[in-house]
Design a protein around this ligand. Structure first.
Ligand code: PDD
Length: 290
């Protein structure tokens, strides 16, 4: 796959793509982003990503770089010229470039960057069979985690700690033991009565697109989903645990901080949810694990 990036109206080689050093995304992490899955060249859950991008921007008072229709045309053109089949599309919108000063000028043009990279979703099928492990990490983020901001330093540090520990993900845990979410995924448990539990939306977590899809399809399948906070201790005593995200639709967690979850193997509720999610992926994109 070629690597062509889009930056503010120009398509060009990724290696030459650049924004100003005065861009507030670079100076202050003053920007927002989206990551969208592309399967069979088709965008998964595209309207939900567009909506969240607009919401994140709106919460920070960052202007629209272009209309949603124009964003879609650019995204689809970029996918075509990159010959993107199975890939991830990154959309970043920063407040724009201005002389460095914390407050921002009233009139500033947002910067829009889109990039595409190949991504092998099939690796997730293998991980569904074996399960993955997570570690817990102190919640060191700000109080507006619902905004998909490019300010990801706490997430970077937590995920680096997970990698160093040989784990797939780090779960953020508050002072009172509450699990909010992972460094780049939403967190779930299945209690001993088979109820599917995840942190409610609000300022404490990112409202995951895959989270919303999973809640919808689980309820359609008559499964019980409870949106409430749970603790690390509850997760360790749970029947099953799993995580969701655009890049990892539904992966069973078999260890938390080295301790087994349930019987230490992927559980049946998670397997059923993963199958339902892949059906939804196939419905939208015709993509099937081969
Ligand atoms: N991560 N929580 C956090 C902190 C995230 O960064 C993400 C997404 C999610 C899951 O959201 P969704 O289901 O919409 O992907 C939850 C993206 C994929 C990333 O930054 O790589």
């Amino acid at each position: 796959m070629g690597r062509i990036a889009y930056v503010d109206g120009q398509y060009g080689p990724l290696g030459e793509a650049a924004v100003s050093v005065e861009d507030r995304g670079f100076q202050f992490a003053d920007g927002v982003y989206e990551v969208c899955a592309v399967l069979n060249g088709r965008l998964l859950d595209w309207p939900a990503h567009l909506e969240r991008l607009a919401r994140s921007r709106g919460e920070l008072g960052i202007g629209a770089p272009m209309s949603d229709r124009a964003l879609e045309l650019v995204a689809k053109h970029l996918l075509r010229i990159n010959f993107a089949d199975d890939a991830l599309l990154y959309i970043q919108v920063t407040r724009g470039a201005a002389r460095r000063d914390h407050p921002f000028p009233a009139r500033i043009r947002p910067t829009l960057v889109m990039t595409v990279r190949p991504f092998d979703f099939r690796q997730r099928i293998g991980q569904q069979a074996t399960g993955i492990s997570v570690i817990t990490h102190p919640e060191i983020r700000w109080a507006r985690r619902d905004i998909k901001s490019v300010a990801l330093l706490p997430n970077v540090l937590a995920k680096q700690a997970a990698k160093a520990a040989g784990a797939f993900e780090a779960w953020f845990v508050d002072g009172d033991g509450t699990v909010s979410e992972g460094g780049s995924t939403n967190a779930w448990i299945v209690d001993r009565d088979g109820r599917i539990v995840t942190h409610p939306n609000g300022h404490d977590i990112l409202p995951g697109v895959m989270r919303a899809t999973l809640i919808r399809i689980a309820r359609e399948a008559q499964m019980t989903v409870v949106e409430r906070a749970f603790t690390r201790d509850e997760a360790l005593a749970a029947a099953e645990a799993f995580l969701t995200s655009t890049t990892a639709p539904c992966l069973p967690i078999v260890r938390i901080d080295g301790q087994p979850v349930g019987d230490g193997r992927p559980g049946p509720v998670t397997a059923r949810l993963a199958a339902l999610l892949w059906d939804e992926v196939a419905r939208q994109t015709n993509w099937r694990p081969r």
